[in-house]
Design a binder for this molecule. Structure first.
Ligand code: URA
Length: 232
């Protein structure tokens, strides 16, 4: 693909704005300034605009609506892998940008771009993850406050980061967390003496689960969606 076409597809720039940005020396490929808009971009090139990383051409990025009963792992003999839901000619290299438990449903991001998935999962970037949580017991105001402020999980030394909590009913909440500790949501609720009955992930970073995707279905991310995560 031509560099200017690629640039306008992954940013908000029009084709002519992209050409201008390239001629102005604002675009680098593998740290080298490139000033020729017609240049053919090698697959998987690391491209930046004004030092901001852009989505890599030639790599794959998907969102999937995970049903219950599937694991986010490639080698679990006893259970089906979420990867089995993908109808892709080659699965090699694909991995999860953040895992869900076998009984959790909702948004899973799958890619073969390790830098992109690291960006999402690295705690340093604090990408929010939004969960719809159905609880075994009604949540008291005091427990809601403790969850929002941060709770100490069993066997851990530091409290969870502050979370956003929205009450949807007596026993259903929307919880937004910016970490991805092991079984974090279930353990947060256990820390206040409650229990998660149903857990569904609605969003990760800038990406919300596409409501057209039935459980088990997936679609490729758009170039804008891929780039929006890198800008977040
Ligand atoms: N927190 C959990 O406890 N389980 C998940 O699947 C995701 C977040």
């Amino acid at each position: 693909m031509r560099l200017d076409k690629y640039l306008s597809s992954v940013t908000r720039l029009t084709r002519s704005q992209a050409q201008r940005a390239i001629r102005q020396g604002r675009v680098r490929i593998a740290d080298t300034v490139v000033k020729r808009p017609a240049m053919q971009l090698p697959p998987e090139s690391a491209v930046t605009l004004d030092n901001e990383k852009l989505a890599r051409p030639g790599l794959r990025y998907f969102m999937l609506n995970k049903p219950k009963g599937y694991v986010c792992s490639t080698h679990d003999k006893g259970h089906s892998s979420v990867l089995e839901l993908l109808h892709e000619p080659v699965l090699e290299g694909l991995h999860f940008a953040g895992r869900l438990d076998i009984d959790t449903t909702g948004l899973v991001l799958i890619t073969d771009d390790g830098a992109w998935s690291h960006r999402i999962t690295s705690p340093r970037h604090e990408h929010p993850k939004t969960y719809l949580v159905t609880l075994a017991e009604p949540l008291s105001d005091n427990h809601a406050k403790r969850l929002s402020c941060g709770v100490l999980l069993h066997n851990e030394k530091t409290s969870t980061r502050p979370a956003e909590l929205e009450r949807l009913s007596e026993s259903q909440i929307r919880l937004i967390i910016t970490e991805g500790r092991y079984h974090q949501v279930k353990r947060m609720l256990a820390a206040v003496g409650n229990r998660v009955l149903v857990l569904h992930r609605e969003a990760v970073s800038t990406l919300s689960l596409d409501t057209n995707l039935q459980p088990g279905m997936y679609r490729a991310l758009t170039d804008q969606e891929i780039a929006s995560v890198l800008r977040a």
